[in-house]
Design a protein around this ligand. Sequence first.
Ligand SMILES: O=c1ccn([C@@H]2O[C@H](COP(=O)(O)OP(=O)(O)O[C@H]3O[C@H](CO)[C@@H](O)[C@H](O)[C@H]3O)[C@@H](O)[C@H]2O)c(=O)[nH]1
Length: 446
Amino acid sequence: MEEMPARRRLVLVPAPAQGHISPMMQLAKDLHLKGFSITIAQTKFSYFSPTDDFTDFQFVTIPESLPESDQKNLGPVLFMLKLNKECQVSFKDFLGQLLLQQSNDISCVIYDEFMYFAEAAAKEFKLPNVIFCTTSATAFVCRSVFDKLYANNVLAPLKDELVPELYPLRYKDFPVSRFSSLESIMEMYRNTIDKRTASCVIINTASYLESSSLSCLQQQKLKIPVYPIGPRHMVATASTSLLEENKSCIEWLNKQNVNSVIYISLGSLALVDINEVMEMARGLAASNQQFLWVIRPGSIRGSEWIETLSEEFSKMVSERGYIVKWAPQKEVLAHPAVGGFWSHCGWNSTLESLGEGIPMICRPFSSDQKVNARHLECVWRIGIQVEGELEKGAVERAVKWLMEDEEGEEMRKRAVTLKEKLTASVRSGGSSHNSLEEFAHFMRTL
Ligand SMILES: O=c1ccn([C@@H]2O[C@H](COP(=O)(O)OP(=O)(O)O[C@H]3O[C@H](CO)[C@@H](O)[C@H](O)[C@H]3O)[C@@H](O)[C@H]2O)c(=O)[nH]1
């Protein structure tokens, strides 16, 4: 029997993006089930509205006065730098008020690694604080060696060679973005890897996936406890979608054969050029495979959605394709008709695909996605990466390879084995399950 202490309140601070809110809310559900009271402190950006899944939770808004347009106009790195500066002071006052309201019964602040302003407030009120990492452990390690590489100027130009001690990563896989200067990225990363006064770090990963990066973090880089507690989505049921899911695609999938559909989605932030969309459509049409394609509104530069694309586009996608603005992704990946995932390799999409045993075609864009893609291809060997300029032939080859070839079938078998390992890790007695138990125990001792 699990010991049920008197409820103690935890304040959770998610970063304002789908890929960060989902794992934070899954963690919140888990901790609530373990007897903690939960306050979600969020900013007005990507405000997550409470649903039936979270009736017992307190939702509060951190005051700040940034213009709404900053999130779109500044790009993710500059926006997060500005948001952290803005909230540094306001969150202190706000946490002070929350403490008064809760008769000082707040035992810990758990903040997303990209919301590092929260630490200063926790420290001010002598509250323990914990960093929640929604990217992989390897991405964390990469960010921490980035500084050294940058100082030695080995990142410019980003090279093809392997980085010593970080096999199989190449210099060009490092988490950079073509939309921000290296200086801004460095400033951001230095802040995200600084443990400050954190008592521990929890990571949405499993030790089976990243054991060497996890021990490197715990023993060399951070020297505080590191708890790999993921993939949380395999356990916690919490509807956290910021966009409306179009469920009609499930009916369409119901009419397709087993493993016959390739699912295409580039997450909640990636932007693509029109010519890339057209080459993608040409390659998909030429592959003769059925496909379910998420095209997020605003994700094609210069277009609202697909209305402005040519008639050629409509023709190419109408025969074998189904297009939606936003899909119930976890349900899609769990559907027997889906045999492959063309992905930007955000960490959540990576974990969701691994958790369903679906092999991937990797087309990373920025931040940690190249690191994830490289692991999918070279370490877990359940993905192939399409690099360079996207053109029809490369799309067609990759899709056929995954969906028709023997090697694609081999990848699918490996993916199923990985799924079994991950399922075991989150079940009672598994490594991630035990890690979450230890973390919860630690929270009770604070
Ligand atoms: O039609 C869709 C498309 C996506 N999703 C969900 O949206 C999330 C997307 O998350 P992720 O795959 O991690 O991508 P991003 O939205 O790009 O996430 C950001 O945050 C991640 C976690 O920190 C990083 O790994 C990424 O690089 C970063 O871009 C996933 O849970 C998907 O299930 C849907 O529900 N429906």
